[in-house]
Design a protein around this ligand. Structure first.
Ligand code: 5GP
Ligand code: ZN
Length: 171
């Protein structure tokens, strides 16, 4: 494979279709670079950025593994930015977790780089709520953050809860 072609292929793989390599269990940089006969220093800035960004996937993160398809999840929705699946321990008739494909730990660590993703998660939650027929009665979206917020999985996620009334403030 010609150098330009290989480099373009790495860029495409990592930037344009991020979900595909993840779902195929894409292991990261070294294997792929070896396959394409490239070294990091030879890559364009776009490809380097994609590789560095990709390495944010945490090997030990439960939700990264679910996003990658390594752990089955009962997916109820997916798009290019997020996936949604039923919570393993539902706290309401509808309890869906809306999870960005990109790993970041929490709302507390989110930056301007995640602005669009955060907005996307809320709009996806609203769409799922309408599709499940709970929007008219109402629902709640929750982002537990850090210890006092009750966060237990440190890959940011939105809880979409519905199908029963909720009290406020929560306990
Ligand atoms: P947090 O406590 O971080 O706000 O929410 C984590 C949620 O993930 C909890 O509601 C918990 O029940 C759910 N959860 C933990 N492990 C799994 C799992 O393996 N599969 C699914 N579908 N949900 C999980
Ligand atoms: Zn993760």
């Amino acid at each position: 494979m010609a150098f330009e072609e290989a480099q373009h292929s790495v860029e495409l793989l990592l930037t344009c279709n991020r979900s595909a390599p993840l779902s195929q269990g894409f292991p990261g940089t070294e294997t792929e670079l070896v396959v394409h006969g490239l070294r990091f220093g030879e890559l364009t800035n776009t490809a380097r950025y994609a590789l560095i960004n990709h390495s944010d996937m945490k090997d030990d993160c439960l939700f990264c593994k679910i996003v990658a398809g390594e752990i089955p999840s009962g997916k109820v929705y997916e798009d290019e930015t997020c996936i949604a699946f039923n919570d393993i321990s539902p706290q309401a008739p509808t309890h869906v977790l809306v999870v960005p494909r990109e790993h970041f730990d929490s709302l507390d660590t989110a930056t301007d780089a995640q602005r669009a993703t955060l907005g996307h998660l809320l709009l996806a939650s609203a769409e799922i709520a309408r599709k499940r027929g709970i929007a008219e009665d109402g629902y709640r979206v929750v982002i537990n953050t850090n210890a006092d917020g009750g966060q237990t999985v440190f890959h940011l996620h939105v809880h979409l809860l519905g199908g029963r009334p909720f009290v406020f403030p929560p306990g």
